[in-house]
Structures are given as structure tokens and as C-alpha cells.
Design a binder for this molecule. Structure first.
Ligand SMILES: Cc1cc2nc3c(=O)[nH]c(=O)nc-3n(C[C@H](O)[C@H](O)[C@H](O)COP(=O)(O)OP(=O)(O)OC[C@H]3O[C@@H](n4cnc5c(N)ncnc54)[C@H](O)[C@@H]3O)c2cc1C
Length: 463
């Protein structure tokens, strides 16, 4: 069978890898000039750079085995270290009870404790619905901890008020469901530390940044006879009488295949009039939004800036919301005497932040790093600038009502499967995208619905 794969991110590549193994003819088309999508890496001088922190973790032993197979064993295991910088102090993240107690002024702590008890008692007496992100967190942590650790950061990263964000997002992204869990997990870790240590450790390519995953997949796909076309954006589907015959490239070429696998932003693909979706589906697709991210990379003449893989900067007066240092992921990411820091600033495509140039963005980033005590003024040099337009699908309250018709229309089409983070508009991790791609490939091979969307569908922690 000839399979056309739209997108060379991890979902598309994992699917193409499986499909070539199963003996299919595979053609991957990718709009970017490198493989890997959000999980790509590139080299600037001696530094390997990623789109912010990317750690691979999974509780699925077979998926971990697959990672070793793809990377030919060139893997390092790291113990996650991440913190939040707040009020001039650093707090471990996920939050640790003792650390929060030590780090906060006693008055604030008393208020946080009181609010927490009030919130929990209210919930016991009269349970309320998880109406939105703000309610989800406040009823589990209380108002003060919400403001300190969750509300400001979330509002800053999403650019919309927290009561407009769906509770789904909190359920997926916040590790501890209540402060009580935090206390219990801190005082009495799970037996043998099994669950915690699995979540705390992660896998990373020993060389080449996180993008090495994608490069190794690509090499294996091409060796097995598949093709990967870069700089080849797709603009719409070619559909006749409910059957997808392939896709139309932006340069007008018709790419014909027996089956088309979409791992590119489905709402955007379906919005195109030529894709043939009914008007109701197109307008639902138009209502699904994305947060974009501007990544600013700075070089520093010091061996290391912090021991962390990443640091959250939740305070409103700072524009950067997260800082990461790739050297802490792999020694091969930077030379011994220097380091590179990545600063993320969320934005919307086309706004003032999105349009910053390297010099302007580097200035903003350095000032925030100085305010966080990480570097001294004038000690950094601008290294690189990248943008991701579809970084986070926005889980706005009611987004499911717009997503449902889109996914069911996609499902109704013959010769078509949509999967991965972009193909399902789902805020999932790399392991999920890989698992989805592999599952979709097996489904296409067997000629039936892959049910790939079941991967990462639960209320699980996506950390
Ligand atoms: C800042 C950040 C940090 C993250 N950290 C982690 C982490 O620590 N751990 C983790 O597991 N996950 C992390 N993730 C999530 C992870 O990056 C994604 O889940 C995963 O890479 C998604 O892979 P995908 O193939 O589903 O989507 P994508 O990587 O988005 O791939 C889609 C591909 O389609 C291409 N494309 C788009 N439009 C078109 C078009 N019109 N025509 C052709 N091609 C097109 C894109 O260029 C891209 O290559 C992070 C994500 C971000 C943004």
C-alpha cells in the first residue's frame, strides 16, 4: 500500500518507521527544513539546541525498548531536576511540602494553610464541579497556593484568564492532586520508590539533542526505501465522495496515495475549503486556537548556570516563563567551559513578542535571567531565535464542543487517519506521539481504525 504521511514530527516518523517495516511504500512530507517537529534539534556553533526542555519518560517498558532500538542504544538516563523561582527563592517542582514550608514567609504560609483547609472542608461538605482550571486548582490547593504557584504561571503562559481554561488541562499537567497528596508523597514515598523514580528519571539521546530521535527514525525510514520530503508544506486534502485520495502540496502538486496519515494541525488542514469539510466542521476548526512560543537562546562563558533541567518563572513582571539548560540533559550539548540557555516566551502568531528579532528578544531574556539571579548583566551573548506557531493547543472552556465534530468528520473519511499531538489537538508528550504513530501504522496495515486517540486520552499526568 502507498501511504502518505503528513508531517515529520515524532508521530509521523514513528508511523512511517513501522509502515516501512510492515512493507508499505511510505512518503513523508514535511513543511520544515528539518525532521522532528517540536522535538527537533539543531547545532549553532558548538551548541545543540532544542525547543525548550524535552525529556522522554514512559512507564511502558516496550516503548522504552523501542527508544533504545531507534537510538541504537545511544541514550543517557537523567534524574529530573526542575524548580520554580518565586519571590527571590527557588522551590522544587513538583512541589515538596518541606521545601514550601521553608521557603515561604510564615504569615503567607499560615494563610496558605488556612486557605487550603477551608478549600478542602468546603469540598467535603459540598463538592463542586471542576468547571475550569482555576476551580480545579483552588479546590485542591486553596486560593493562596493557587495564586503563588499555578494561577500566575498559567495565565502568563496561555495569555487567557484561568477561568477560561478547561479543567482538562489541570488534570493532565499537575502532578499532585491535592496538598495532602504532596505531604503524603514527601513523607512516605511509594514503596521501593518505583513509581516516583520512573517519573523522575528520563531518557535523552546521548548525542545530538532530542532531535536525534527524529534523525535516527529518518535514516531508518530512508534505508528501508521510504522517502522524506522537506520544505514541502501541504495545504489541503484531496477528497472525492468521502474518500481521501491524498493531499495537495502548497506548490500545487497532487500527492496521491492509498492512505493518508495526518500528523499536522488538523484544524488548519480541515479549515481549507479545498479539504471539503462541511461548513459546520470548518467553523468549529476555526474556533480552535494555539499558543505560540518564541525561543531565545543565549550563550554564557561559564560552565553552568544552574543544576536544573528547567526553571519556571511564574511572576508576572518577567516575560520569560521557563528557562532550560541543555548541558544538563546531555554533556555533549555544549563545550565544557560554556553553556547555552533557552528562554521561552509565549505569544500569539503575529503579535509583538512573535515579531521580536534576536537582539530584542535576547535583551528581554537577559534582564529576566538577571532578575532571577541566574546571570549577571552583560554576561550573555545572543545565540539563536526560533518560533513555534502550534506549540500548545488551547484547552479553552468548551473546546471539546468544537473538537468533537472535527474529529468525527476526520473519522468518517475513508483512506484517512489523523493522529499525534497536532492530528488530535491533544496536549500530549513525545512518548504519546510515538505510541500514537505506531498504533496508527498498525491500524492502517490491518485496514481498520487504529483507535490511536486512546493513547494519552485518560486523566493522566503529562508532566
Ligand atoms: C516547549 C515544549 C516543551 C516540551 N517538552 C516535552 C517534554 O519534556 N517531554 C515530552 O515528552 N514532550 C514534550 N513536549 C511535547 C512534544 O514536543 C510533542 O508531544 C511531540 O514532539 C509532538 O510530536 P508530533 O509529531 O505529534 O507533533 P509535531 O512535532 O508538531 O509534528 C508535526 C509536524 O508537522 C509539520 N507540519 C505542520 N504543518 C504542516 C503542513 N502544512 N505541511 C507539512 N508539514 C506540516 C511540522 O513542521 C511538524 O514537523 C514539549 C513541547 C513543547 C512545545
Amino acid at each position: 500500500m502507498e501511504v502518505l504521511v503528513l508531517g515529520a514530527g515524532l508521530a509521523g516518523l514513528a508511523a512511517a518507521f513501522e509502515l516501512t517495516k510492515l512493507g508499505h511504500e511510505v512518503r513523508v512530507v514535511e513543511s520544515g527544513s528539518e525532521v522532528g517537529g517540536m522535538a527537533s534539534s539543531w547545532k549553532v556553533g558548538p551548541f545543540w539546541l532544542d525547543h525548550g526542555p524535552h525529556r522522554f519518560h514512559s512507564r511502558d517498558a516496550r516503548l522504552v525498548e523501542h527508544v533504545y532500538e531507534v537510538l541504537d542504544g545511544d541514550v543517557v538516563i537523567r534524574r529530573r531536576q526542575s524548580r520554580i523561582h518565586l519571590r527571590g527563592r527557588y522551590f522544587d517542582y513538583p512541589l515538596k511540602f518541606g521545601n514550601v514550608v521553608q521557603g515561604l514567609p510564615s504569615g503567607l504560609l499560615a494563610r496558605a494553610g488556612f486557605d487550603y483547609l477551608v478549600a478542602r472542608t468546603k469540598e467535603l461538605v459540598r463538592p463542586t464541579e471542576d468547571a475550569n482550571f482555576e476551580r480545579w486548582v483552588k479546590k485542591r490547593f486553596g486560593d493562596t497556593l493557587y495564586e503563588l504557584f499555578f494561577g500566575t504561571y498559567t495565565e502568563k503562559t496561555w495569555g487567557i484568564p484561568c477561568d477560561h481554561i478547561s479543567a482538562d488541562w489541570a488534570a493532565q499537567r499537575i502532578a499532585q492532586r491535592s496538598l495532602l497528596d504532596t505531604v503524603v508523597k514527601t513523607l512516605r514515598p511509594p514503596k521501593g520508590g518505583a513509581v516516583r523514580s520512573l517519573a523522575d528519571e528520563f531518557y535523552y539521546p546521548a548525542h545530538g539533542g532530542i532531535g536525534e530521535f527524529a534523525r535516527r527514525y529518518a535514516g531508518k525510514i530512508v534505508d528501508a526505501g521510504g522517502t522524506i520530503e522537506l520544505d514541502a508544506p501541504v495545504s489541503s486534502l484531496v477528497v472525492r465522495e468521502g474518500r481521501v485520495l491524498g493531499a495537495r502540496a502548497a506548490d500545487g502538486r497532487e500527492l496521491v496515495a492509498d492512505h493518508t496519515l495526518c500528523t499536522i494541525p488538523l484544524p488548519r488542514l480541515m479549515s481549507a475549503a479545498e479539504s471539503g469539510a462541511p461548513e459546520s466542521v470548518r467553523s468549529a476548526a476555526d474556533g480552535l486556537d494555539y499558543v505560540a512560543i518564541l525561543f531565545v537562546y543565549l550563550e554564557v562563558d561559564t560552565p553552568s548556570v544552574s543544576p536544573d533541567h528547567w526553571i519556571y518563572l511564574p511572576e508576572r513582571h518577567l516575560r520569560v516563563h521557563r528557562v532550560s539548560e541543555f548541558k544538563n540533559f546531555s554533556d555533549a550539548a555544549a563545550p565544557g567551559d560554556r553553556t547555552a540557555i533557552c528562554c521561552e516566551i509565549t505569544c500569539r502568531v503575529g503579535d509583538a513578542t512573535w515579531n521580536l528579532d534576536l537582539a530584542g528578544a535576547a535583551q528581554v531574556a537577559e534582564l529576566d535571567l538577571v532578575a532571577s539571579g541566574l546571570v549577571e548583566l552583560g554576561s550573555t551573548r545572543p545565540l539563536d531565535l526560533r518560533r513555534l506557531a502550534h506549540a500548545y493547543p488551547v484547552y479553552e472552556v468548551g473546546y471539546q464542543d468544537r473538537l468533537r465534530p472535527l474529529l468525527s468528520h476526520a473519522k468518517s473519511l475513508d483512506g484517512f487517519t489523523s493522529t499525534g499531538r497536532q492530528g488530535l489537538f491533544r496536549y500530549n508528550n513525545m512518548d504519546h506521539s510515538i505510541a500514537m504513530g505506531r498504533k496508527a501504522a498498525r491500524g492502517i496495515h490491518r485496514g481498520r481504525d487504529a483507535r490511536a486517540e486512546e493513547v494519552a486520552a485518560g486523566q493522566e499526568y503529562f508532566g
